[in-house]
Ligand binder design. Structure first.
Ligand SMILES: *Cc1c(COP(=O)(O)O)cnc(C)c1O
Length: 365
């Protein structure tokens, strides 16, 4: 330990990603083509065809830097969501946007509030700045907004809220979120992470992007990684009023979103048929998985995302058994949930294959 890094950097526990297919194939001598990955909430429908065409058309331009301001993509998002283009910030995934807000606002001596069992990146982004984390106990595995409001301290600069939440799949109605935002002190920024909004029933989907105009301290983050099927390209966006947008852009890397990613995101925003298929396939898969868990008498959290959290007991053993069967799911011990596994909804045949292996693994207890 001779390199003088800050203690708060040394204290960071790095992000644990879902196991890549190629790694499992290598380690267990399995055929990569037969491995099923239900570990990272990726879209099982695969890349939208509309994105493929846009990507191929953009390839000839890769010797040039992308548009650092993302004019065309911001224009498309602006039209789609009815928000001013200059209130939009593009990110290398929405992960990047969470980091931008943290870098812009946090520092040693400040604090950020987030919920127990909420998305791991809130802790990482906070710790990297040397700010203090205020982790609020969850209520029924979801956000306890009253407790979160009550735990805001004088040095608090950010409150992170995931809705729906990952890894638990819990969700709060938009009025509860809106009331919360309205009740938070104006010098505390609410980062509302809506990565799974497109998986909600249409009547449940958020309108908080439109309400940004009422709240200078609200930033809403969205991603193209989940229902839009572009996780590998890394693209997301945030909507906030001009002052907050300006602050985020001061710490943003130039060219943080690749030209290929920008082109693909524009294409898929115009491909509502893909989005609809993602939604329907996910609903059917959720019913299949949750129905099976209920029949097996297992505790699970009714999900509002594209994944289900299920209580299996000895999660490490069940995870290993599934790996041997060529199926990758997500252990969530690092989220304080050592008895649970998170299963991403797959295609019908993937869900069935998972359930066959899962029933065998659970029967061996
Ligand atoms: C997947 C996820 C993200 C998005 O990640 P990207 O960086 O956009 O791929 C953001 N927030 C939550 C809660 C997520 O689960």
């Amino acid at each position: 330990m001779s390199i003088p890094a800050p203690e708060y950097v040394r204290a960071i526990a790095p992000y644990q990603a879902g196991k890549p297919i190629s790694e499992l194939a290598r380690e267990y001598g399995l055929d990569a083509a037969r491995i099923i990955k239900l570990a990272s909430n990726e879209n099982p429908l695969g890349m939208p065809e509309s994105a493929r065409a846009a990507i191929l058309a953009e390839l000839a331009e890769v010797s040039r830097y992308p548009d650092s301001n993302g004019f065309a993509l911001k224009a498309a998002i602006s039209r789609h969501h009815g928000v001013a283009a200059d209130w939009i910030t593009l990110g290398n995934g929405s992960n990047d946007l969470l980091e931008l807000v943290a870098h812009a606002l946090l520092h040693p001596g400040a604090s950020a509030v987030y919920s127990q069992h909420s998305f791991a990146v809130y802790a990482l982004a906070t710790q990297a700045t040397g700010a203090r984390a205020i982790v609020v106990p969850a209520r029924e595995l979801g956000h306890d907004l009253d407790a979160m409001r009550a735990s805001i301290a004088v040095d608090t600069r950010i409150v992170f809220v995931a809705n729906p939440n990952n890894p638990t799949g819990t969700w709060l109605a938009r009025e509860e979120i809106a009331d919360f935002v309205a009740s938070v002190p104006e010098d505390v920024v609410v980062v509302l992470d809506e990565a799974y909004d497109e998986y909600l029933e249409p009547s449940q989907r958020s309108d908080l992007i439109r309400r940004v105009r009422e709240h200078p301290n609200l930033v809403v983050c969205r991603t193209f990684s989940k229902a839009y099927g572009l996780a590998g390209l890394r693209v997301g966006f945030a909507v906030a009023q001009a002052e907050l947008t300006d602050l985020m852009n001061r710490v943003r890397q130039p060219f943080n979103v690749s030209s290929i990613a920008q082109a693909a995101a524009i294409a898929v925003l115009g491909d509502q048929a893909y989005l609809q298929r993602s939604y329907e396939s996910n609903r059917a898969g959720l019913d299949r998985l949750q129905g099976a868990f209920a029949r097996m008498g297992l505790d699970y959290v009714p999900s509002h995302g594209n994944f289900v959290l299920v209580r299996v007991g000895d999660a490490a053993r069940v995870y290993e058994d599934l790996l041997h069967a060529g199926i990758i799911v997500r252990p969530v011990g690092n989220y304080g949930l050592p008895e649970w596994l998170r299963i991403t909804v797959g295609l019908p045949e993937e869900n069935d294959a998972f359930l066959r292996a899962f029933e065998r693994a659970m029967g061996r207890a």
